[in-house]
Design a protein around this ligand. Sequence first.
Ligand SMILES: Nc1ncnc2c1ncn2[C@@H]1O[C@H](COP(=O)(O)OP(=O)(O)OP(=O)(O)O)[C@@H](O)[C@H]1O
Length: 533
Amino acid sequence: MADRGRLLQRKPDLDFYLHRVFRKKYFRPLQREVITAVVEGHDVFLQASTSFGKSLCFQLPAVIGTGLTIVICPLLALMMDQVNALRAIGVPVQTINSSTPLAERHLIMGDMLSGHPRTRLLYVTPELCQTDSFRRNLSTVHRQGQLNRIAIDEAHCISEWGHDFRPAYQELSWFRKNLNDPPVPITALTATATPRVRSDILTILGLNFTKLKLFNTPSARPNIHYEVRYLGGDDDHDNAISPEDLQVNDLLAWLKAIKCRREARIGADAAALLPPTSGIIYVGLRATSENLASKLDCDETISAVAYHAGLTSQDRTRIQAMWTSPQPHPQESNGKPPPAFSIIVATNAFGMGIDNPHVRFVVHWTPPRSFEGFVQESGRAGRDSRAAASLVYYNIQERDRIYERMSRDAENVRNRGGSKPYIAGLLKNQVARLESFQKVIRYCETATKCRHDLIKDLFGDFELKEMGSQQPPSAHGGAKADRLMSSASPCDFACDFCKEGRSGLAKRKGTVAPDALHEFMRDHMNQLYEGYA
Ligand SMILES: Nc1ncnc2c1ncn2[C@@H]1O[C@H](COP(=O)(O)OP(=O)(O)OP(=O)(O)O)[C@@H](O)[C@H]1O
């Protein structure tokens, strides 16, 4: 802590650490402001869109001066990605998780309790933070003045209103209650929090309102073109072709148009020498991922592969590596010409933490089950900040099927035995899931508003502004904003509504019209929660 005091007076040269340790040229908009607040010892809440670079906001402060930063991370894969990336650039980082051998745990703990830990970042699971022994050790490190801060990644997992609720996250309230002399600063980070989830994060973690700094970027990504494609309309009635094949044909036509545009821009010969365009198609079931991948792979311009939890971990690693670094091939071994597209057809086993900068499109083959999940998954596209696309295939039958399955799950919870508070907690989470799906329906069925604006509304971005959250300059000013203000479209024509116009989109949506489901859902959710509120 004394060390932090000295650092405050000295004002560390953040650019030095950015260049020398992290080997990056510039801070992205808002990163410097967030990092400065973290270094100054504030509690920080950061809600930034996918691929913003949230990790740097606690990793860079951790390498300044001495002392330890504890990072709480919900998934082993996410944790290992960050740990490996930090080790590769020489940052002293450790992790304790389910696969850490006992001897290694002892070594890490020994270093942690040495009074001058060499480790700068220790990645742990929320479950480890619940154990008495870990809490005792943390208290010792704190007494020794070596616990600089706690970073809580994917902080939305703390809330029963969140899509990824994880009970152990709620026990992280222990930090503020017990490490309070002086309080250890907390940084909470998420890409997807609704107003209720945000409120839970701030309250449960006990973030200090007088010293709290809030930051956010718009929840919709400006470089992603958002589009919904409607299935099952009048034009789709062709008895000779199954609905699934119609959908495959629609996707192939969309991909062909992308290929033509690319070849028109750079020439067909030059395009053939480039690596294929990468994309992800999210499907609901393992069988669909296998079937669709083999159908698409039959097209000579496409190389497609299935990815789901039923594959061995070696296969998953191999597929992911191949897809992450596609190479241009003069001739494929199976006699096909070099593919123009490299597509992974995945269930949601392939999600958070996928950091392939070159993904140009993400397609949802059926309506996503949660709005936050949709924003996370579509956010795998365009992580290099270049133009990318998000496409959702939508039809009423699938919508109703998903809704029925979700309501059945909720009813089962209500009928389950257990104490009232226990069932109330479970029900809250079920209602939250239904609400989140209701937002997916709103997103898909609204044909009267820019989809970027719709995403911001559905995440309540305006509320963050009212709370005094700082945003990057381009969110309310700057050259890009000037261009947008002079454009007739709020998102610079980067969505189907702004591109096709109200009547164009309404026509395409055709008979796929909203019905009374919204009201029905609202009543149903109230009934589900009745007697438990
Ligand atoms: N200032 C920067 N300059 C260049 N690259 C950066 C910068 N900051 C972060 N990155 C890179 O951006 C990528 C995304 O960063 P990170 O994984 O922290 O994103 P995130 O905000 O956690 O996104 P998500 O919520 O989607 O996981 C990483 O490859 C990271 O190295």
